[in-house]
Design a protein around this ligand. Structure first.
Ligand code: AKG
Ligand code: FE2
Length: 278
């Protein structure tokens, strides 16, 4: 019996395409259901001609990155115009101005203040985290979207670096008193640590970091990148962004919070994961 492409088959193909099936999967399903290969291929070709295939959804880029390739000085993210103050190609570092207004900074500090605890780092030999002499700040985490200001800032960051809100960890707030510091470290999760596999289940690796300065200390407290001898001064409302395409020192994203010398330092850190962070 010769087979031909029936209206029923056409209807079924349309439904499958709407559900996101690929051409190859469609042909497999059809031949599996007893359709001749040549009829299946013909039906899919006809569907293509009819424009039934969804335009390829724009793929998520490999790394968070602001749109600054054209050399622009400012980025309009809808609710704010953010300045591009300096850029480094490798490691990828971008310094932003005007990311947060003073009110936003103060609101975040005051919401965080009663919840601050001694900062911990990922434990090297056991599961979980531990207090570490290399990190003498106090800190806390907000839930993603926890309040109106946090949600607004998170949406702004997502537009700024073209990365889904859902792939961001909850905002971390840190406070450094005089003498407190965060010695140079990498933000990605080290494959050597026993806790890394379980951390990676929740959204995969970190690919980028945005450190936002919530106040301006009197002296000290720069974010430093020792591999390139760079120091970003913590100025209220400004931020430093950096990304790392693999969990490896070759990214040159070693960085730290230099000791605060006078006054105190408040930052909010947003870490960006490969996938959804739930
Ligand atoms: O305080 C800083 O300048 C850096 C903070 C940091 O490295 C982090 O939160 O991972
Ligand atoms: Fe860090």
């Amino acid at each position: 019996m010769t087979q031909y492409v029936t209206p029923d088959l056409r209807r079924w193909i349309k439904e499958q395409l709407a559900a996101g099936q690929s051409a190859a999967d469609l042909v497999l399903s059809m031949t599996g259901a007893g359709w001749e290969q040549k009829v299946a291929v013909q039906a899919v070709a006809q569907a293509k001609l009819d424009g039934w295939f969804k335009k390829d959804a724009p793929k998520q880029p490999a790394l968070p990155e602001p749109n600054i390739e054209d050399g622009r000085c400012e980025i309009d993210v809808g609710d704010r115009v953010i300045q591009v103050l300096s850029t480094v190609q490798h490691p990828r570092v971008v310094v932003f101005g005007n990311l947060l207004d003073r009110q936003e900074c103060e609101t975040i500090i005051e919401a965080a203040r009663p919840r601050m605890e001694r900062s911990e780092t990922v434990a090297e030999a056991k599961d979980g985290s531990e207090v570490n002499a290399a990190r003498t700040s106090r800190g806390m985490f907000f839930e993603r979207g926890e309040n109106e200001v946090i949600a607004r800032v998170e949406a702004r960051i997502a537009r700024l670096v073209n990365w889904p809100v859902e792939n961001g960890e909850g905002l971390q707030v840190l406070n450094y008193q005089p003498g407190a510091e965060y010695q140079p470290h990498y933000d990605y999760f080290d494959a050597k640590h026993v806790s890394t596999p379980s951390i990676l289940k929740r959204g995969g690796q970190r690919l980028g970091t945005l450190v936002m300065y919530l106040n301006t200390p009197k002296r000290g407290g720069a974010t430093t990148f020792p591999d390139i001898r760079m120091a970003v001064q913590p100025i209220q409302g400004q931020a430093v962004f950096f990304s790392y395409d693999k969990p490896d020192p070759s990214t040159m994203t070693l960085h730290g919070g230099a000791p605060v010398l006078e006054g105190e330092k408040w930052v909010a850190t947003k870490w960006l994961r490969q996938g959804r962070f739930e």
